[in-house]
Design a protein around this ligand. Structure first.
Ligand SMILES: Cc1cc2nc3c(=O)[nH]c(=O)nc-3n(C[C@H](O)[C@H](O)[C@H](O)COP(=O)(O)OP(=O)(O)OC[C@H]3O[C@@H](n4cnc5c(N)ncnc54)[C@H](O)[C@@H]3O)c2cc1C
Length: 524
């Protein structure tokens, strides 16, 4: 690892917006050749683009829809240490997760990672040897935390706690068979889409041309045929090397890639219904050793319940559905650990994502490895990087770019991303500066003050977009001026995340539309 890089430059080089998109699109359509074309604007593609550009390569990143519109916007939003892989004895996968969690939490995106207390319930439903096995796994996870350099100040050590203390952390826990719990700590992301956007902006600051709403329709061997979805025009984008980072869609561009997608469904319930828990609850799934459902307290007084893991057959939809069976399974299983069972009236929202798992012939998708793979297509030489986790995106990107760097004639430097902070990651200690809403600090870190200043003296822009809606007016301005949103949907669904809860979306949409209309009236 070479020396620590300076944070990305401040100012407009980090801004993604419609004017920049048009200029970059024009240059590429005119035949400019890049060293690396990255296809897919999820966490993997954004990570690859950042890795490649900081090694001195010229890079274009294209995304068929919006940044984080695929799986990366529908994860459980954990920067996790890989505990569940220990139950499958996948020590290397768990270690990679723990190490990359440490990188995210200490170097690359500390402003977006919080310490998340979690309770693993020890109840009469588990025989003592099973409870002992859980504890051993958690102790190993804690050892990996220490080895990865994550301090106890950041993620405290695990400890056994009494049933009474467990109920202080999670008041709705059922007491009937509760013998106690193990309290351990993991990482929680403020928001997954926010991480992807911060990565893409950081990549842009280093010179990556980021083009959303541009779809690769075919790999040509010398780049790709690209369709500008907004302008409905096609052109050939010329590139010396191509990385296919299209997640569950990877096999549509490269037919030698074989995937077995699995669906993960989540529900959101109000924190009030679960007594405002302060810790994530892990409830064991009957008949599945080492598999748990969880309830994660989130910012904005919601609790995220997840997650299913079922094979997904058929064409890949843009928005995977959460059906009645998903909801029933999640509510019934989590309720095994609660005093009052949840029912569908408690659910305020639901969303699902598709895991891009490699087909290894295993029976159940839950058993398929979460290892990532970097595969070279013999016909086009395109490199596909797929699998893995949001937490391990950086290592995935490094492995993909290493393969390019090893090709003859490529003058790439060493990987630099392990110590490269993303936009907003400079340390923010203590309470929000005066006049800067706490939400902006949580989401924009060191950039919060600048985002607040976009209000330019209009106090309404520092208020929620509508009653009971968490996002503020200035977030809409930031979304369009800096974060590459080109439509109200981009603002609602991938920037403010109001789209995660239908009532928020409905309440916030008129104000978002109105702000976008007023921005359109401002002369460029
Ligand atoms: C339910 C669920 C929960 C998860 N929870 C966690 C978690 O808590 N923590 C964690 O670390 N990991 C988690 N994961 C795993 C993690 O979310 C994924 O591994 C990761 O987001 C995959 O990112 P990606 O960039 O590879 O794919 P994607 O995010 O899907 O990105 C691929 C992109 O490619 C674009 N694209 C497709 N075709 C084309 C084309 N032809 N041209 C241009 N663009 C194209 C798509 O629009 C998409 O935006 C979870 C996964 C699921 C499904």
């Amino acid at each position: 690892m070479s020396g620590r890089l300076e944070p990305p430059p401040r100012g407009e080089r980090t801004y993604l917006n419609a004017a920049r998109r048009s200029a970059e699109l024009e240059a590429l359509a005119d035949g400019a050749i890049v060293d690396v074309l990255v296809i897919g604007g999820g966490v993997t593609g954004a990570g690859v683009a950042l890795d490649a550009v900081t090694r001195g390569l010229s890079v274009a990143l294209i995304e068929r829809r919006d940044l984080a519109a695929g799986t990366s916007g529908f994860s459980s939003k954990l920067a996790h240490g890989g505990l569940r892989y220990l139950s499958n004895l996948q020590f290397d996968v768990a270690w990679e997760s723990a190490r990359e969690r440490a990188t995210l939490a200490t170097a690359t995106a500390p402003h977006l990672v919080r310490a998340l207390p979690q309770l693993t319930i020890v109840s009469g439903r588990f025989p003592p040897p099973v409870a002992a096995a859980f504890e051993t796994g958690i102790r190993m996870g804690d050892a990996m935390r220490a080895l990865s350099g994550t301090s106890r100040r950041r993620l405290p050590a695990m400890r056994r706690i009494s049933a009474a203390e467990a109920r202080i952390w999670a008041p709705e826990l059922s007491t009937s068979e509760l013998r106690g719990a193990i309290l351990s700590w993991d990482g929680l992301l403020e928001d997954d889409a926010l991480l992807v956007i911060a990565l893409a902006r950081t990549a842009a600051a280093h010179g990556v041309r980021v083009l959303t709403y541009c779809e690769a329709t075919e790999l040509t061997g010398e780049g790709a045929r690209v369709r500008d979805v907004l302008g409905d025009a096609s052109f050939e984008l010329r590139a010396r090397h191509v990385v296919n980072a299209t997640g569950v869609w990877a096999d549509t561009l490269v037919d030698t890639v074989k995937l077995r997608p699995s669906k993960g469904a989540h529900l959101l319930v109000r924190a009030e219904r679960l007594g405002y828990p302060r810790a994530m609850m892990n409830v064991g799934m009957p008949g599945h050793f080492g598999r748990f459902l969880f309830a994660i307290p989130r910012p904005d007084d919601l609790v995220l319940i997840g997650v299913t893991d079922d094979p997904f057959e058929g064409p890949i939809p843009d928005t995977p559905p959460v059906d009645r069976e998903d909801e029933r399974f999640l509510l019934e299983t989590l309720s095994l650990g609660l005093q009052r069972p949840l029912d569908s009236l408690d659910v305020v929202a639901s969303f699902a994502g598709l895991r891009p798992l490699l087909d290894s012939g295993s029976e159940a998708t839950a058993d398929l490895s979460r290892r990532h793979a970097v595969l070279e297509d013999p016909a086009t030489r395109a490199i596909t990087v797929v699998g893995g986790k949001l937490t391990t995106y950086r290592q995935m990107a490094q492995d993909a770019v290493d393969l390019i760097a090893a090709r003859p004639g490529v003058g790439a430097g060493p990987c630099r991303t392990r110590a490269l902070p993303v936009v907003g990651a400079q340390a923010v200690a203590g309470p929000a500066p005066a006049g800067v809403p706490a939400r902006l600090v949580s989401r924009f870190g060191a950039e919060a003050q600048e985002i607040a200043a976009l209000a330019a003296g209009d106090p309404e822009l520092l208020e929620p977009l509508a009653p009971e809606v968490p996002a503020l007016g200035v977030e809409v301005l930031a979304a369009v001026q800096r974060e590459g949103a080109v439509s109200a949907d981009d603002v609602l669904d991938r920037r403010s995340r109001l789209g995660l809860v239908p009532t928020w979306r409905e309440a916030g949409a008129p104000a978002v539309e109105q702000l976008l209309a007023s921005l359109a009236e401002v002369p460029a």
